[in-house]
Design a protein around this ligand. Structure first.
Ligand SMILES: [Mn+2]
Length: 361
């Protein structure tokens, strides 16, 4: 007899489970409908006052045997599923996301179309040290038909006693070189206070790794009409990197190049660890061009070429690397910059590689 009772009670539990399942799904559908109405009205879907009201109503009607803490816990889990849906929807809405815009963003700089499927190259010294030093590199770049030069005027260095860059003087040198050699200037800006004076001298604003989450700087460069090259922070996740780009785009600037430059791991064989898989992930998640900085990710001259090849093979839109006429006396990053003959052979090998595997060049 008791066996039969147990069976009957289990059957009731099964039926109740199915009924609860039907009810929470029905509830989810209604939450979705409310969400759509709120979206049209432009109001936030999550409403803490409404949640409080629902919990109070449950408390009023709870006759037990479940205590109120348990009831609250169960219903909060049900409410949370609606919030999770809201978070997923928000991610979809990012301006930089592929879901928002399916076609690739192509940025034209000095006649070069960045992100069009043909790899671009940005080379130049770590720091601008003198006109002569910068012009020597520019001459080589021009000979090779390149359209851009990089060089730092404001240098955020690990130590405050290291060379901090020539500042405005450096920008003036870059401008002169840019005019003489027909190259667009890519240079780092470290504070919103420098943007206005810098705009006349530069073509692409670089936001460096150490400033990737300097949100005031991101908003300020987002309010300019210059393309921005945004480097990944040294300990930033891909999600944080994407949201940093969103800060820029949210202010109206749609011309953003993402640049993977290596992340900090336990590995000591390289200066940083080049996160090569970040390239296809960023290409899938966003519509922005993605560059790879082979200099700062590896910190080793012998790895520049293989890593540049890997970057192109995996779908990077461009390569960045440092070139100095005499790296051994460079004021910054002297260990990892290429001299001009090394650069010539590096570039030649890259060209061969692209031809061999029929990458457009
Ligand atoms: Mn450098």
């Amino acid at each position: 007899m008791s066996e039969q009772n147990l069976e009957a009670l289990r059957k009731q539990i099964d039926d109740l489970n199915l009924e609860i399942l039907r009810l929470i799904n029905e509830r989810a559908e209604i939450v979705n409908e409310i969400g759509k109405i709120k979206e049209k009205q432009g109001v936030n879907r999550y409403d803490p006052l409404r949640e409080r009201h629902m919990l109070n109503l449950l408390k009023e009607h709870n006759k037990g045997p479940l205590n109120q803490m348990t009831v609250d816990y169960i219903f909060k889990q049900i409410f949370k599923t609606a919030l999770k849906q809201l978070e997923a929807d928000k991610k979809k809405e990012l301006l930089v996301s592929r879901k928002k815009k399916s076609e690739d963003t192509v940025i034209e700089i000095n006649g070069e179309k960045i992100g069009s499927g043909i790899p671009s190259f940005v080379f130049g010294p770590c720091s601008v040290e003198s006109y002569e030093q910068t012009a020597k590199v520019a001459e080589t770049l021009k000979e090779k038909g390149m359209k851009m030069i990089r060089g730092g005027a404001y240098k955020p260095r690990t130590s405050p006693y290291d060379f901090q860059g020539l500042g405005l003087e450096g920008l003036k040198i870059l401008k002169r070189v840019s005019e003489e050699y027909g190259l667009a200037v890519v240079t780092e800006i470290v504070t919103p206070a420098h943007i206005e004076e810098a705009l006349d001298y530069i073509d692409v604003i670089q936001v460096g790794a150490r400033n990737m989450q300097n949100f005031e700087l991101l908003k300020a460069v987002g309010a300019t009409n210059k393309p921005v090259l945004l480097k990944r922070g040294l300990a930033a996740t891909i999600d944080e990197f994407i949201h940093a780009a969103e800060y820029i785009m949210s202010k109206g600037n749609e011309n953003i190049i993402l640049c993977e430059r290596g992340i900090r791991t336990y590995e000591k064989a390289t200066r940083n660890t080049l996160d090569i898989s970040a390239v296809p992930i960023l290409k899938q998640e966003t519509h922005l061009p993605v560059f790879v900085d082979v200099t700062h990710s590896t910190g080793r001259r012998d790895l520049l070429l293989p890593c540049a090849k890997a970057a192109i093979a995996i779908g990077a839109d461009g390569i960045m690397a440092e070139v100095h006429p005499d790296p051994s006396v460079a004021l910054s990053d002297s260990q990892q910059q290429m001299d001009i003959p090394q650069f010539n052979s590096f570039y030649e090998e890259i060209q061969k590689f692209m031809k061999q595997y029929e990458f457009k060049a």
